[in-house]
Write a protein that binds this ligand. Sequence first.
Ligand SMILES: *Cc1c(COP(=O)(O)O)cnc(C)c1O
Length: 372
Amino acid sequence: MKWKEQLLQLTPYQPGKSIDEVKKQYGLDKIVKLASNENPFGCSDKVAEALNQSPLTFPLYPDGYATDLRAAVAEHLKVNEDQLIFGNGSDEIIQMISRSLLGKGTNTIMAERTFPQYKHNAIVEGADIKEIPLINGEHDLDRMLEAMDEYTSVVWICNPNNPTGHYIPEHRLLPFLEKVPKDVLVVLDEAYCEYVDAPDYCDTIPLLKIFPNLIILRTFSKIYGLASLRIGYGISCSDTIRALEPVREPFNVNRTAQAAAIAAINDQSYVEYCMQRNREGLELFYQFCFENKLEYYPSQGNFLLIDFNTDGNEVFQFLLEKGYIVRSGKALGFPTSVRVTVGSKEQNEGVMKVMGEYLTFKATCLEGVKAQ
Ligand SMILES: *Cc1c(COP(=O)(O)O)cnc(C)c1O
């Protein structure tokens, strides 16, 4: 058949191993998953309350305009309702943007390494991809600007960046936005913004009034703890949203997700609670890295990329067999690192203990080699 040629170079997304798979394979009864930056505390109790109260309406299509959720998010962000677009996860917004703006003869610019879905969708649409290497885990905004030409349609900025956890301070982001040509869409993916505590992180919502070519992506999958329901959103000027709407499927966000998201966004004290626990967890990991002389990128997200200075897959496998699922840095472009999601206090202490065991094991192996 006449498949799009570019599809032949793609493979399906490889999800991490499921908890059940790992249990069975290694005969473990407790598994801790710290691989996908999910919220270890789950979602707000208000979500369960809201879902218990909402009637079972499985036969009916959801509200395609997400009217109530739209009102709640608009109120929370202090934007107009027509500045929002909802997706089946922010992944779907990435897809909508790509479908609307990318194709043969266009190009798109992103960091190397960043969230892989930007590149994946760009390939599907047949666009040329310009990947600009990170410098010390940071976006190289100057080189990204230099890479722009008249065929550039979209530039992707992940802030904080997944998988490095690095953020772009306001004094760097603003001059960048000013220099991007007005006909290039800037996608600012802020999936982790609620975790940030850097004082010079930019509140980007007010910028939407100045830059009509800016769209901000946010999600309910991370700090809000609703990853399984698949819901995220884009915020932009109303013209950009109107231009994207025709590629959105009519009923793309299900009813349960909409109800849950309203309850979640209305419980900001829970968000604050999770943010604080995450900071405490990160500090513990920093301490661990310091004590064990491991390099890491300071993180503004709920994950940490730790360099073990050895094959990341080996660390991953060692942890896996002890019941801790993390992400090997290999597939993320950091072959000697692993990315660990910050968990609960107990989970963090548990994974650090096993990481410590790995380091001891490794040191013993090396001594064995020397002794020979
Ligand atoms: C997790 C993640 C997303 C995807 O979020 P969904 O809303 O679950 O699709 C988007 N961007 C980044 C950088 C992420 O880490």
